[in-house]
Design a protein around this ligand. Structure first.
Ligand code: RIB
Ligand code: CA
Length: 313
């Protein structure tokens, strides 16, 4: 019997976060210990409700934990309502929400679960890194007990919020600095690869034709997401950012990785929030991040399709 990989999903649903939860829920290779939620694409109240809505719709019994409502230090909490809408998950119509989040704070769940573990948990953050950084600061002993962090965020090339910075990083650059400098084994699934998995209309049609609940959720989510990505960035298909994290755990050959010394710009003006990745090793600093530099696009969409098909209803 192959041992399931334990994961904790930390997210800010968000259309692509929702599909990442769907993908994780489809696989018997994963043991999802819980979903921790952070403010990001929308306020914490909305991102928590969205995580609960997705789990309820897909009949996933994962515990959902509400986390940090704003960045560690900076007062301004950014949202991405231009992409994800007023609810943070505009598009699909969900049934009345009957699920509730757990009582304990996400940061305390992370600390308690990691401290009790055998050091075998992968964390997959797909939002700002506030919860993860706060857990590291509150209980530094968790750092050596985290098997790996596989995150969506950053870019060794262009940003999306500014020319330099990607949303999950700039939304709480101080938290990103804590995580990237922690020494935890870290895989960065940045815009460099997520912008290669553009969900063109023919992909939406391919997935909708699978014909189950998960297929209709995917199609409704991505129809809205594509519309806003077209309006804001001009993409003919929205980059399906967050599921690259879970897909890379399910398919270890999915990504081409290059270890790089990476630090977060937390002092810059124009480049504040940039993941400064030393691609050529010019600094001679020891690489601290496995940066994804390419992705098998066909394998990615096949993984998404297989995940959707795995839902019976
Ligand atoms: O920059 C893209 C990332 O920011 C994705 O995780 C999206 O959901 C938003 O959180
Ligand atoms: Ca996200």
């Amino acid at each position: 019997m192959v041992k399931k990989q334990k994961i904790i999903i930390d997210c800010d649903p968000g259309h692509d976060d929702a599909i990442n939860i769907m993908l994780a829920g489809s696989s018997d290779k994963l043991d999802v210990l819980g979903i921790t939620v952070v403010a990001g694409n929308q306020t914490i109240e909305k991102t928590v409700k969205n995580a609960l809505r997705v789990c309820q719709y897909l009949d996933l019994s994962y515990p959902v934990y509400a986390g940090c409502p704003q960045p560690m230090i900076r007062a301004r909490q950014m949202i991405a309502d231009d992409i994800h809408g007023e609810t943070g998950l505009d598009g699909p119509v969900f049934p009345e929400l009957t699920r509730n989040a757990e009582d304990i704070h996400a940061v305390l769940f992370l600390i308690d679960t990691i401290m009790k573990s055998e050091g075998d948990i992968i964390i997959t953050p797909t939002g700002p890194l506030t919860n993860i950084a706060m857990a590291m600061r509150l209980e530094p002993k968790i750092v050596p007990k985290i098997k790996r962090i596989v995150l969506m965020g950053g870019s060794y090339q262009m940003g999306n919020v500014t020319p330099a910075a990607e949303f999950n990083i700039i939304a709480d650059a101080d938290a990103a600095h804590v995580v990237f400098s922690s020494g935890v084994p870290l895989t960065m699934c940045g815009l460099d690869v997520t912008r290669k998995v553009l969900c063109f209309p023919e992909i939406v049609d391919r997935m909708r034709k699978i014909g189950n609940k998960a297929a209709s959720l995917f199609a409704d989510l991505m129809t809205y997401f594509n519309k806003s990505q077209k309006e804001v960035f001009g993409w003919d298909g929205g980059p399906l950012h967050d599921p690259v994290t879970v897909a890379s755990i399910l398919e270890p050959e999915l990504l081409k990785i290059k270890p790089m010394y990476t630090e977060i710009d937390i002092r810059g003006l124009g480049s504040y929030g940039r993941t400064n990745c030393d691609y050529f090793g010019y600094s001679k600093r020891t690489p601290n991040v496995d940066v994804a530099i390419d992705i098998d696009v066909e394998k990615f969409w096949d993984t998404i399709g297989a995940g959707i098909k795995a839902y019976s209803a």
